[in-house]
Design a protein around this ligand. Sequence first.
Ligand code: 26Q
Length: 820
Amino acid sequence: MTTRGQTQQFDKAAFKAAVQKHLVTTYAQTVETADTRSWYLAVGRALAEISTGSLLETEKFVAESNARSVNYLSLEFLIGRLTGNNLISMGLYEDVSGAVEELGLNLSDLLEEERDPALGNGGLGRLAACFMDSLAAQEYPAVGYGLHYEYGLFRQSFENGRQVEAPDAWRGIEGYPWEVLRPELNQTVGLYGRVESYINEDGENCRRWVPALNVEGVAWDLPLIGYDNKSVYPLRLWECRSPAPFNLARFNDGDYVGAQYGQLEAGNVTKVLYPNDNHDQGKALRLMQQYFHCACSVADILRRHFAAGHKIEDFAKLEAIQLNDTHPTIAIPELMRILLDEQNLDWDAAWAICSKTFAYTNHTLLPEALETWSEALISEMLPRHMEIIFEINHRFMSLVEKKWPGNNEIKRKLSIIEEGPQRMVRMANLCVVSTYAVNGVAALHSELVKRDLFPEFHELFPGRLHNVTNGVTPRRWVKYCNPGLSALISEKVGDDWPKKLEKIAGLEKFADDKAFQKRYMAVKKENKQRLANWVEENMGIELDTDAIFDIQIKRLHEYKRQHLNLVHILSLYHRLINEPTFDMHPRVFFFGAKAAPGYALAKDIIFAINKVAEKVNNDPRLGGKLKVVFIPDYRVSLAEILFPAADVSEQISTAGKEASGTGNMKFALNGALTIGTMDGANVEMREEVGDENIFIFGLLVDEVQKLLEEGYDPYRYYHADSLLRASLDLLETDEFTPGKPGQLAAIRHNLLEGGDPYLVLADFADYAKTHEKIDAEYRDQENWARKAILNTALMSKFSSDRSIRDYANNIWNLKPVSKK
Ligand code: 26Q
C-alpha cells in the first residue's frame, strides 16, 4: 500500500512502536492500563510526529522557492476534529486502521474520543478552515494565523428546554495531540502607554510608541495537511502569556497605568472565544485580542520575510495578507507603524507597501455586525495606532474632497471616523481605504456590497470590489463524512473527485438510471439510520427513517428565521389535529443551533422549539407523522452526521441578509433538496441545479426593501390568513407549557407588536405552500432520487478549491508550489 504522493511506504511496525512509545512516555500509561482515550492520544501524537516533520520541510521548501505566499488572518478557525481527516489527507486511513487493529483497537472508536476544537462561532470560522484545507490541497503557499483560545465556543445543554452554557476546554488536561509548541517563534506585544517624539541620527523628527506593558505571544502550530500531496502548512495560533519577570516598575508607572489595568492579566487575553456571531459588542478585551492576534502575526510574517533574506521593499511582492472580515483590521496600522517607526520608511513608501499587501473579505451587511471602536479606547490601548488611523483618514479625506469638492455629506459618510457624542472608528471603512481588494462572499452579496454598503467607494476606487463565492471542502464534507456516497461516486466517475470536484458532473447521466437511483437512496437511508441511532442513543427519541428528514442547522439568529420554520411546524400541528382530511408524509424536523449567550430572543426561540418538540413527539393524535428534534451542542462533528442524512435543507433567511451560507452547499452536495429564499449562495445553487431541482420561495431582495420602505404591517398577514393566525395564537396558550400559558409569547409579540423585522409573516404563506410541494414530490421516490442525484452532480462550483483558485488568480496573484 502506497501513501501520500504515492511514494512513501507505510512502516506498520514502526508506527505501532511509535504509538506504544507515546502511550508510555507521553501519557504515562501501559498497554494494560490504557483506556480508549489514552490510545487515541498516543495514535494522534504518533501521527502528528510525521506531519511535524513535513511541516518543517515545507516551510523550508517554500522559503527557498521565493514564491508569493498568502497569510490568512482570522480570529476564528472552526477546524473540527483533525485525526480522521488528516488520515485521509495522508492516505493512511486503511493502513492505520489495520495497525491499530493489531493492537486490539478499533479506529472508529479512537476517533470518537477526539473533542472538537471549536475555535470559531459558525460560518466565518468554518470557511477559514475549508480555505486552509484547499490551500494545502492545491499547494498554494499559505500560513493561517489565529488565536489559541483556552476555551472554544461554549458547550450547550438544555435544562427544561432552555440553553445552558458551559466552558469548552477543548484541549483536555493532556493537551491536544496535533498541536506543537514553537518556542523559537515567541513575540512580545506592547499595550497602552504613550507616544513620544524624538530626533534620529539623521536629524529627522520621528515618533515612537512607548508601551506601558508587554505581554508575550507563544506560537502553537497545527498541521494543515495537503490531500494526496507532500505539503503541510502551519495553522499558527497565538497564546497570550505574561512575560516573566513581569515588569512591575513600568506596570505601576502612574502616568500610564489606568484603573482598568487591574482587570488585565496577560493570561486573560486568549482565555475565551467571544461567542457572538454577527454582532459587535465593543468590549475592550476583544480589541486587545484583535491587536494581540495582529501584532504577533504581522511580526511573524516580517520575521519569515527577513529570514528568507528579502528586503522590506519586496514585502508586498512576496506576501499577501487576507483579512477575514474586519476583526484583524488593526494589522493595517500595525504594519504601518513598524514600517514608519521601526523600518524608518517615509509615509508614501510605507503606504505603498501596505496598500498592496492587504485584502479584505466582507461577510455581512447587517448594521449591528459592522465593527466600530471608540476613538477613546483605541487611543488609550494603542495610542500610536490611533495617530496613524487619523493620518490615513486625513489623506483619504483630501482624496474625497478632490472627487466631490465641497461635499461634506459624502465626507461624513465615508470618513473612517464617525462623528457623534463619542467618535468611533469604522473598521470596514478603514479596510476599504487601505486594501487593494475587497470581496463579498456570494454573487448577490457582492452586488449588494457595491450597491448598498459601499456605493461611493465603488465609484472612488473602481475595480477594487470583487466577488468570490464561498465553497466547502469536498474532503471533509463528502469523502470523510459520507463514505457510502463517496464509494458510489468513485465507482462512477473515478476516485480523483475529492481534488477535482468537476468530475462529479459525471453523475448527471445516471440521474435517470433506476438501478443507480436505488443504490443512491440506499446510501441516504443508511445515513438516516446512522443519525436516527445517534438520536435514540443520546436523546431517547425513536425515529422512522421513512420519514422526510428536514434539517435546519446554523447559528440561531432572527435573520436566519428558525422561527419561520417553527411557525410552519405549528401550522402542521394545527392541521393534523383540526383538519380530518389533512394528510402529510411523516416528517422529522431537526434543529441544531447555539444562541449567543446575551441574545434573549434567540434563546426564547430555542426554548419554544424544545417545548413544541416535547409535546409533538408524545402526542398520540399526530399518529407519528410529526417529530421535532433539537440536537444539543451542535458542532462540526455532529454536522458530519447531519448533512449526509438530510432529505430537505432549510435555507430560509430573509432575502438580502445571509451573505452566502455554506451549510446550504454541504447539504446539496450530500443529496438534500433545498427549500430556500433567493438569498446568499442559494441564488447561484439554483443556477447550477435548475429551478426544478430546488424549492425557492419568498420575497426577493428588492421586494423586501420596498415592503419595508412602504411600511410593513405584520397584522395585515395575521388577519388575512387564518392558518397563520391559529399557528401564532398557539404560542399564547399553555398547549406546549402545561399550566403556564404565555411562556412562549415573546416570539408572537416580536412578530406582531415588534414589527417582525425579518418579515416572517410576509413569507409564511409561500413557505407553507412550498413545503406542500415538497411533500408531494417526496412521495414519488424515483422523482426525488433523480433530483437528489442532480444536486450532488451539479454542485462542483461550490468546492472551496474553486474559491481558493478565484482568490489566487484574481486577488492574491499566487501560484502553486509543488513539493516533490
Ligand atoms: C464581532 C465583534 C466582536 C465579537 C464578535 C464578532 C463577530 C464574530 C463572528 C462577528 C461576526 C462573526 C461571524 C460572522 C459569520 O459567520 N458570518 C457568516 O460568514 C459566512 C462565511 O462567509 C457566510 O456564509 C454567512 O452568510 C455569514 O453570516
